[in-house]
Ligand binder design. Structure first.
Ligand code: NDP
Length: 262
């Protein structure tokens, strides 16, 4: 399949996990890709493993460095002339109780997951508006709808993305630009290893639910389907996805169940 032939796709968080799998999947389907994250060596490894390494631009970027994005966007436009799809995937999770977590950790998670995502989108939006086309994909989480102990800042950052990007969709869909919200459940990646503990250090443990989750490759395939179909929103995962409907239909029961997880 080559649904994305000659499309220019910019993927953040492409040095591991879902972003890495997205890089391979878009590259296999003929896209030119820009891959970003902080670790250049990992990005170089991903680029070398792509179907067409000559159509890959490695562009290291720190989502917390909001002032760097317009220059990065200029680099992409200089190389490819346009950006068809921006996949805001980079992010960081959390494992820590509110009572123990430093405020600096809450701020760091919001800076990367929320402000980094909206600032990069603002840097890319003008070129999409000029072309009157494009797709902005946001990898949120089931935590964009749910709440659970030990993930307060993470859930807040993902909830915030929905308010922001659903509003953006209302502004730009008539101009030919799509906003696609992706809400994964448990995906087998390094997310729990990289999650921040109350002191801002790496949690450094693979959670059992993560280890048993869907593969990043399968998740990426489902994300490409959602983008190709121009879906507004896609929930991706196993039975845990049903929790969204449980909370919507029986909020009291959902609250009792999650409080037992604490
Ligand atoms: P990984 O930890 O494997 O990947 C996270 C990616 O984000 C890495 O490429 C990392 O690269 C990048 N990243 C983290 N911080 C920054 C930063 N400050 N600047 C730039 N890049 C950064 O986890 P996943 O692949 O699972 O996570 C990808 C997305 O999926 C995240 O947004 C996550 O919230 C979301 N998600 C994941 C779920 C799961 O179960 N795995 C479930 C729901 C949502 P580097 O360290 O090189 O900067």
């Amino acid at each position: 399949m080559t649904r994305f032939n000659n499309k220019v796709v910019w993927i953040t968080g492409a040095s591991s996990g879902i972003g890495e799998a997205l890089a391979y999947a878009f590259s296999r389907e003929g896209a030119s890709i820009v891959i970003s994250a902080r670790r250049q060596a990992e990005l170089d490894r991903v680029a070398a493993n792509c179907a067409a390494p000559d159509k890959v631009l490695v562009l290291p970027l720190d989502l917390a460095d909001l002032d760097s994005f317009s220059q990065k966007s200029d680099v992409v436009l200089h190389r490819f002339g346009r950006i068809d799809i921006l996949v805001n995937n980079g992010g960081i999770s959390q494992r820590g109780a509110v009572s123990e977590t430093l405020l600096a950790v809450d701020q760091a998670i919001m800076q990367t997951n929320y402000f980094g995502t909206i600032a990069l989108t603002k840097a890319v939006l003008p070129s999409m508006l000029a072309h009157q086309s494009g797709s902005i994909v946001v990898v949120s989480s089931l935590m964009g709808y749910l709440d659970t102990p030990l993930r307060s800042a993470y859930a807040a950052s993902k909830h915030a993305l929905h308010g922001y990007f659903d509003s953006l969709r209302a502004e730009i869909q008539k101009l030919g630009i799509k906003v696609v919200m992706i809400c994964p459940g448990y995906i087998r990646t390094e997310i729990s290893l990289n999650a921040l503990n109350p002191a801002g250090e790496k949690h450094a443990r693979m959670d059992r639910s993560q280890a048993k989750g869907m593969s990043a490759e399968r998740c990426a395939a489902k994300i490409l389907d959602a983008v190709a179909r121009g879906r507004r929103e896609a929930f991706i995962g196993g039975l845990e996805v049903l929790a969204v409907y449980l909370k919507r239909l029986l909020p009291g029961l959902y609250a009792r169940i999650v409080s037992r997880l604490a």
